[in-house]
Design a protein around this ligand. Structure first.
Ligand SMILES: [Zn+2]
Length: 314
């Protein structure tokens, strides 16, 4: 009798051990749903991926996952790490990890149309890490053929971008919507810091001594400045998305990305920031092109695509 009881007991223990082993695999679907996996996908595809991932290891969760969060934003979801625990992780505890709670498109994007009608030559510290100063803000360059001031072109494109983002359900704030302001580059950074912007996109146009220089580029803060270290990686990622968006929208390769440690608007920023140079106003053809409505719309769409990709991936 004693042996029989022990045998039954050992069978029960074995069963428990096997079940516990299965339980260790439960966190896997959560790990599949990293922010990176969600970020590159449209809401519809994300839901499909989520459903597929959930279905693989936890079929009972699928209906709950599908109804609870059809458009997940991955902000709140930490990447789960496999634990050495032998205890099975309860299925119900694993589910919220895979389902981010912040809806997409609710984060604020700050657009900063570069310059203003009247520059301000008052000195301003270039950043927290240096005593070097620069003019607070200038009026920018001028179109060699259109004679249009840069601050006018910047606002034209910025307003189109604002409309495009708003149409996509993304919250937008502007540092300026008229030319008659006096806001230094540091103050523009402070505005975004105080607003807790998810991203700042500064819109500028370039100038060069050579009339043949042309093409758009995207600048991001150099990690060489200690103050921007916390935002350097995300800013560079955003810059990459912006460049790719513009390349796709315009069919042009542009000049690429550039790290900068000399811009006050970067160095004072506590939130991810990138600066789009939409082209050269000192190149006659590009100067004219940048004032064409159709091209401005292409730029706005390309930049909005990059912003959307960044914000949805956060
Ligand atoms: Zn500029």
């Amino acid at each position: 009798m004693g042996y029989k009881r022990m045998r039954i007991l050992s069978v029960v223990i074995s069963l428990v051990a096997v079940l516990a082993g299965c339980g260790d695999n439960q966190p896997v679907p959560a790990a599949v749903l990293t922010p990176q996996a969600v970020q590159s996908a449209s809401p519809q595809v994300t839901a499909t991926q989520a459903t597929a991932a959930q279905a693989m290891a936890a079929p009972t969760e699928v209906p709950a996952a599908a109804t609870a969060a059809p458009t997940p934003a991955p902000t709140a979801a930490p990447t789960p790490v496999a634990t050495p625990e032998t205890k099975p992780t309860p299925t119900k505890a694993a589910a919220p990890t895979a389902l981010p709670s912040v809806p997409k498109g609710k984060e604020l994007v700050m657009i900063d149309p570069g310059h203003q009608r009247v520059g301000n030559n008052g000195p301003e510290q270039v950043g927290p890490d240096t005593r070097e100063t620069k003019a607070k803000v200038s009026s920018g360059t001028v179109g060699v053929r259109t004679k249009k001031p840069e601050y006018v072109l910047n606002l034209e494109v910025s307003l189109l971008l604002k409309d495009e983002l708003t149409r996509r359900g993304i919250n937008v704030a502007m540092t300026r919507e008229t030319h008659d302001v006096d806001i230094s580059n540091k103050q523009r950074a402070d505005m975004a810091n105080e607003a807790g912007a998810a991203l700042v996109v500064r819109i500028h146009a370039d100038g060069d001594a050579s009339a043949s220089t042309k093409g758009f580029s995207v600048l991001y803060p150099s990690a060489a400045q200690p103050a921007v270290k916390p935002i350097a990686a995300e800013s560079k990622q955003a810059a990459g998305f912006l460049l790719a968006g513009m390349q796709q929208a315009t069919g042009s390769k542009g000049r690429g990305l550039s790290a900068r440690d000399d811009l006050s608007g970067f160095n004072w920023s506590k939130v991810p920031v990138a600066l789009v140079e939409i082209g050269f106003m000192t190149n006659p053809e590009e100067d004219e092109l940048m004032s064409e409505a159709a091209y401005q719309q292409k730029l706005a769409i390309g930049i909005a695509d990059g912003i959307e990709q960044f914000v949805n991936g956060k």
